[in-house]
Design a binder for this molecule. Structure first.
Ligand SMILES: C[S@@+](CC[C@H](N)C(=O)[O-])C[C@H]1O[C@@H](n2cnc3c(N)ncnc32)[C@H](O)[C@@H]1O
Length: 168
């Protein structure tokens, strides 16, 4: 066992870790809408969680999605969803601190999860064509971009209240 973080294709387990095995079914279809450009070239470079005062990063949308940014400049905070493409996806239990304690995957924000979706709140600095300059990312350069949503609270202010709130 090494001290490096597990990456795609790695099968080694840390002390106490448990894998669901290699036969997991991965069958949802997503489309990548672009790539995230960050100064983080290795996982060691990445912060564990992004910070709104972090370095400028770019959400580079594929050109066909450029018009989908219409209206987004009204928002200061964006929710960004991305695909942590270099993660292993089989871990049930993980030992994030190498201290012998194991924790369930869904009790962690680890990138290693069956569907490795990362989310962060990012501060929108400016929009340049089909590129958004933001702060608050914690992912590797060229991480695939899944979705961008306006901040929930600001969005609620702009939209009329719904007559009846569902509990679902
Ligand atoms: C702990 S995760 C948090 C992601 C997101 N903020 C969240 O809470 O869903 C962030 C870590 O994932 C790792 N990471 C970043 N980009 C990755 C990628 N493309 N594939 C796999 N792991 C990545 C880095 O070690 C980084 O510190």
């Amino acid at each position: 066992m090494t001290n490096s973080s597990p990456m795609a294709g790695t099968t080694e387990l840390r002390s106490g870790e448990q894998s669901v095995g290699s036969d997991i079914k991965a069958n949802a279809t997503l489309t990548f809408i672009g790539r995230i450009r960050t100064p983080f070239l290795s996982r060691e470079d990445c912060p564990r969680q992004g910070r709104l005062d972090g370095p400028e990063c770019r959400l580079v949308l594929n050109p066909e999605w450029a018009d989908s940014l219409k209206g987004l400049a009204d928002y200061r905070l964006l929710e960004v969803l991305y695909w942590l493409d270099q993660s292993r996806r089989d871990l049930i239990l993980q030992s994030p601190k190498f201290d012998g304690e194991t924790i369930g995957t869904f009790a962690l924000r680890s990138p290693c999860r069956p569907n490795p979706i990362g989310t962060t709140m990012a501060r929108l600095e400016r929009i340049e064509g089909n590129e958004l300059v933001v702060r608050g990312l914690d992912c590797l350069d060229m991480t695939p971009l899944l979705d961008i949503k306006p901040d929930r609270c600001l969005f609620t202010e702009k939209a009329p209240a719904k007559a009846r709130q569902s509990t679902f």
